[in-house]
Design a protein. Sequence first.
Length: 353
Amino acid sequence: MKKILSMLLVLTLIFAVTGCGGKEDTSKDSSNTSNKEESADKEKKAKYAIIVKNTGNPYNEKEMEGFKKAIDEIGAEAILKAPDQPTAEAQIQMIEELIAQKVDCIAIAGNDPDALQPALQKAMNAGIKVLSLDSAVNSDSRMIHVNQADPERIGRVQVEAIAEMIDGAGQIAVLSATSQATNQNTWIEWMKKELEKSDYKDIELVKVAYGDDLRDKSVSEMEALLKSYPQLNGIIAPTTVGIAAAGKVITDKGLLGRIQLTGLGLPSEMAEYIESGVCQWMYLWNPIDVGYLAGYTAQALVTGQITGADGDKFIAGSLGEKSVITVGDGTEVMLGDPYKFDADNIAEWKEIY
């Protein structure tokens, strides 16, 4: 009898453990959960690095802030790097360190368009996605470049601004950087195309002057423009050095309200001229957004949403859909229109950069 009871007990235990397929179903559920957790953990461990030009640069700090915000949103790890000196050599050392760390992506604001090429190509050969932002490296050194703003819009919006300031009529001049500056020349060509519109038939572009991005020479060129064209109504200076120099000349000569001024300037340098009314408003770009766009561009490369080819599209977080376009011998993604600085926001931005 005891033997029979023992056998029944053993059979009962075996049935409890293996019966009704309970063990198999539990194993499947556990496996699915484990796979999901492993996938999520893998995404969190993705490493996205940004190298800016140098430490102590408020503009670069805001770019890193935007980059980190984007990487935090996608749930990955952001690595922020800035050399003590704005040199290619310092950035090359950081690229080598990041290759050793096996990061997934490197975004870089290049201190030199060509000198970084061997190191960046080494990174790409190691499977690391590489892009540049703000200050481009050559097309052989990266998969894509994140540009601050569309060159066409940079040119056109400055004409729109000066036209509004002078009520659509009068003489204007451009105070540029150097005659060989490709970005400046591109913007000026778009200015000229904008001026061809019938809306500007009463506006005359009398001269494009070059201050070579030197403060003293820009001041001299501005003074020469005023002497040569006494009826001059407005100045467009698509250079931070030039617009600040023009603001100084207009202020020193007591021409507030007589000569209108706009262009591309640093808020910290132009605040006094905007607050005084010498420059009603001017443009540049929001460095936080530049970094933020770079972060989402990096993710799109790493996840295979884009390859950096013309026509690629992706969603850049709160900035919405962005498209990859061909510019020169490489591809770029554009942030958008230049950012407008005026009396309403200059107090905030002059403390930033």
